[in-house]
Design a binder for this molecule. Structure first.
Ligand SMILES: Cc1cc2nc3c(=O)[nH]c(=O)nc-3n(C[C@H](O)[C@H](O)[C@H](O)COP(=O)(O)OP(=O)(O)OC[C@H]3O[C@@H](n4cnc5c(N)ncnc54)[C@H](O)[C@@H]3O)c2cc1C
Ligand code: SF4
Ligand code: SF4
Ligand code: SF4
Length: 377
C-alpha cells in the first residue's frame, strides 16, 4: 500500500485473498491498512480485482428524495436523525431477515456485527463517529444471502461499495443501506480519548455521540458510567461543538486520509437507500420540523422504493437540491485540516493533549506546527 489516500480500509482484499496472506494492520495514525505476506502470495491479483477504489462504479442520482420522521417518538429520540434506519431494519427482521450494522464492543471500540432480533437493533442505533472494524461481516452476510435469508447491510458508502465488490453480483435478498458520510475518525485516537476521560473503560455504561433529548440541532456527546473519582454518573455531557472529540471530527483533524477524496460518493457505493440528517429542513418545510430529528432519505433503486414506501413514518418528497444545500457531504469530500497530520502525530501524549497542542494559538505553538508542516519536525 503506497498511497494511503487510495485505501478506505474496506478490508475486501483481505477477506477475498485465497491464501489469507493479507492482514489489516493499524498504522501510526490508528487506521487499518492491508499488509501482504509476500512469501505466501501466489500473484492471483484477486485483491486488486475486488478493490472498490481500483474498480469504481458509475455515479447515480437518487430516484427520489424524502424528509422523514419515525412516528415512534422514543425510538426517534434514540436515533441520530429521524429513525429511518430502525424502521427499515425492523421490516427486514419481520421478514425473517438479518441486519448488519455498527455497534460498540466490550472495550467501547466500534465494530460491525449482525442481529436477527428487534432488541438487537438497539446496539446499532445512533451514529458512532469512529471507523468501524468490519471483521468477518462480509463473509457472514454472503452466507446468509446464499442461504436465502433477507439481509440488510448498513454502513458507510465505502463499506457498502466493499460489500458489493465482495459479493461480485446483485442479489434480490440484499438491501444495502449507507449513510451520508462526513468521514471516519481514527480508532486509535478514540481509544486514547476514552483513556483520557475514564480510568477504566469497564465503568462506562453508555455512549451517545448524538444525544438529542433537548435538541437535534444542538446535540450533545454523553458518556454515562461510574468513576470512583466523580460524584456523577455522567462522565461526559457536552455540546457537540464544545466536546473535543466532536470538535476535532468536525474540524477534519482526525479523519482517514481517503475521506478527503472519497471515491464512494454520489451513488457510487451501489446502495439501495442512503440515510442522513435533513439539515435545513426548517427552511424548506418549517411545519415538518420539530427539532427532534429528521432523516434525509435518498432512494436509489426500485428495491429501496418498495421497502421505503411501506414504512410507518411521516414523509414528504423534496428536491435533491434542497437536500444538498446544507449537507455538502452528500456531494463532495471535506478538506483535511492543515493540522491533521500534526494532531495524529502527537497521539502518544493522549488524545486531549494532542488536541490541545493543535488548537493552542500561542506564537510558539503556531511556530511548532508550521515547522512540522514544512519540515516534518
Ligand atoms: C461516521 C459518520 C458520518 C456521518 N456524516 C454525516 C453527514 O455528514 N451528513 C449527514 O447528513 N449524515 C451523516 N451521517 C449519518 C447520520 O448521522 C445518521 O447515521 C443517519 O442519518 C441515520 O440516522 P437514523 O436516525 O436513520 O438511524 P440511526 O440509528 O441514528 O443510525 C444508525 C445507522 O448508522 C450506522 N452507523 C453508525 N455508526 C457507524 C459507523 N461508525 N460506521 C458505519 N456505520 C455506522 C449503523 O450501522 C446504522 O445503519 C454520518 C454517520 C456516520 C456514522
Ligand atoms: S495476489 Fe492473490 S494471493 Fe496475493 S495477496 Fe492478492 S489475493 Fe492474495
Ligand atoms: S480499499 Fe479496500 S480492497 Fe482496496 S486496498 Fe484498501 S482495504 Fe483493500
Ligand atoms: S468519507 Fe468516504 S472513504 Fe471516508 S468513511 Fe465515508 S465513505 Fe468511506
Amino acid at each position: 500500500m503506497t498511497d494511503k489516500s487510495k485505501c478506505c480500509g474496506c478490508t475486501v482484499c483481505a477477506s477475498i485473498c485465497p491464501k489469507q496472506c493479507i492482514t489489516m494492520q493499524e498504522d501510526e495514525e490508528g487506521f487499518l491498512y492491508p499488509v501482504i505476506n509476500k512469501s505466501l502470495c501466489i500473484g492471483c491479483n484477486l485483491c486488486q480485482k475486488v478493490c472498490p477504489i481500483l474498480n469504481q462504479e458509475d455515479e447515480r442520482k437518487p430516484l427520489s428524495v424524502y424528509a422523514a420522521k419515525s412516528r415512534d417518538e422514543e425510538m426517534r429520540l434514540a436515533s441520530s436523525s429521524g429513525g429511518v434506519f430502525t424502521l427499515l431494519a425492523e421490516k427486514i427482521i419481520d421478514r425473517g431477515g438479518v441486519v448488519f450494522g455498527a455497534r460498540f464492543n466490550e472495550n467501547w471500540e466500534v465494530i460491525h456485527d449482525c442481529t436477527e432480533t428487534k432488541e438487537g437493533l438497539a446496539a446499532f442505533r445512533g451514529s458512532k463517529y469512529v471507523q468501524s472494524c468490519i471483521g468477518n461481516c462480509y463473509s457472514k452476510a454472503k452466507q446468509y444471502i446464499q442461504d436465502g435469508r433477507q439481509v440488510m447491510f448498513s454502513g458507510t458508502p465505502c463499506q457498502i461499495a466493499g460489500l458489493k465488490r465482495f459479493l461480485g453480483k446483485d442479489y434480490d435478498n440484499l438491501l444495502a443501506v449507507d449513510v451520508v458520510c462526513h468521514g471516519v475518525p481514527s480508532p486509535k485516537a478514540w481509544r486514547l480519548y476514552l483513556r483520557d476521560i475514564v480510568s477504566d473503560k469497564q465503568w462506562i455504561n453508555s455512549i451517545r455521540f448524538r444525544a438529542k433529548s433537548n435538541s437535534w440541532r444542538n446535540f450533545r456527546l454523553i458518556i454515562e458510567g461510574a468513576d470512583s473519582r466523580l460524584n456523577t454518573n455522567e462522565l461526559v455531557n457536552e455540546k457537540g461543538y464544545e466536546n473535543k472529540w466532536i470538535h476535532a471530527f468536525l474540524l477534519n483533524l482526525t479523519l482517514r486520509l481517503s475521506c478527503h477524496d472519497c471515491q464512494s460518493l454520489r451513488g457510487k457505493s451501489g446502495s439501495d437507500i442512503t440515510l442522513g440528517d435533513y439539515w435545513g429542513i426548517e427552511q424548506f418545510a418549517a411545519d415538518f420540523d420539530d427539532d427532534k430529528g429528521c432523516s434525509l432519505v435518498l432512494v436509489n433503486t426500485l428495491k429501496g422504493e418498495e421497502i421505503y414506501s411501506g414504512l410507518n413514518c411521516d414523509s414528504i418528497v423534496t428536491p435533491y437540491k434542497s437536500a444538498v444545500l446544507k449537507n455538502p457531504s452528500l456531494d463532495r469530500s471535506v478538506t483535511a485540516s492543515i493540522n491533521r497530520e500534526f494532531l495524529l502525530s502527537q497521539l502518544d501524549k493522549g488524545f486531549i493533549a494532542a488536541y490541545d497542542v493543535c488548537l493552542d494559538h500561542s506564537f510558539p505553538m503556531r511556530l511548532r506546527r508550521f515547522l512540522f508542516r514544512k519540515l516534518g519536525m
